[in-house]
Design a protein around this ligand. Sequence first.
Ligand code: ADP
Length: 461
Amino acid sequence: MKLWKRMGLNFVFVIIVCILITGFISNLMVDKKFDAYLYEQNKNTIEKIKELINEVYIDDTSISRSEERMIMEFCTMENLFIEIKNTNGDIIFSSGKEHIIQNKMMPMMGRNMMRKFKSEFLDEFTEEKYEIKNDNILLGEVTLGYYGASNITEKDIEFKETLIKSFAISMSIALIFGLGFSVFLSKQLTIPILEVNTAANEIRKGNFKVRSKSKTNTLELVQLSDSINYLAESLENQDMLRKRMTSDMAHEIRTPLTTLQNHIEAFLDGIWEPSKDKLESCHEEVLRLTKLVENLKNIASLEEASLNLNRIEFDLVEEAGKLVNLYEPQFNKKHIGVSYESNVESLNVFMDKDKIRQIIINLLSNSLRYTEEQGWVKIKIESVKENINIIVEDSGIGIPKEDIPYIFERFYRSDYSRDRATGATGIGLAITKALVIAHGGSIMVESEVNKGSKFIIVFPK
Ligand code: ADP
């Protein structure tokens, strides 16, 4: 079942249940109050008629014509049956019962709903007898008769009818409104989900460029949409990297192979003498290939890095200093100034010494590789509150903004470095990052083209 249908049905069910409960409870309350009101009215009327009869009868124990008319009028108005007897049992006055029934039947014609309602009042005929006394002397007897709350007027019935009608109307309005609203709301929720679904299907087909553009302000749906977009973006990047990596690898391998092939063919054809120079150049190409294969092996062992940390205690400040000294001649050769500083004299750490050395060497050799002559490179070890920072900064060629998110990926090389015959393979930073993460640290880079780069590694103490 579609979501909007399911939600719509649930909504309708809840609305109907709520309406029924509300209707039932309020009807019950109104009924109770109304009955109490009718009962009260009835009592008042009966008291009134009693007073009236006492007044006219006590004076001369008879009823004149005009008094008779007055009582009759009262009976008609209040739908009462009245019979007055003297002490001998003779009927002095009787209103008869016709007017009551007639009066009650009239408004019932053609009103089904009313009929049921009114019959409640017509069902039982109640008779009440009471004696007329003056100073404890019995003067006569009065019989009062009425159907249920016989004095119920047309207005009273109309009032109750209006109440029932207004309940019915408000129930219908609530139902229509609720139905409309539930369809609207469920559609509101469904549309973004459908959009995300469409995007997910596109991703499944391999179209990583697709993005879910659902416009919704429902937090969970926004998050869902963002997640799908993030997934698409990651897959797109991975796809791009994979393609780039394959072509890079092919290129890297093809170059030395072609050189070797050309050289060997030249030897075989007798064009070249296998002189020391030529053989050395072949050897270089073989070395390049070996390095490449070595790097591939490194990649394979990247994942294992985090598992195989051989932690020992050593002085990081001292170790970094040794590496700077080791590399200084190469920097000097390129006329690059190297400086090394630390905010502490010594810093004992419990880390994998070889891997930390490799991290620093990778960053140093990148700085050496990507910094022009007369540039500078700074290495800093910082011990701050809860962290140890290793910072390598240079005044080199910098990294284009669009490349920064990828430089830690395997085989990624910015076009800048690609253009240069640096002999780089685009794996150094991937290894560096894996080693940093294995130690629970993180690596960041700030860089600007033609200004320089700053690599910051943070290890928790
Ligand atoms: P590579 O073997 O190409 O140096 P890395 O993984 O070490 O591989 O670096 C990836 C890419 O990041 C490099 O190709 C280069 O474009 C860029 N890069 C790394 N370090 C620096 C730096 N210090 N200055 C400028 N660019 C750098």
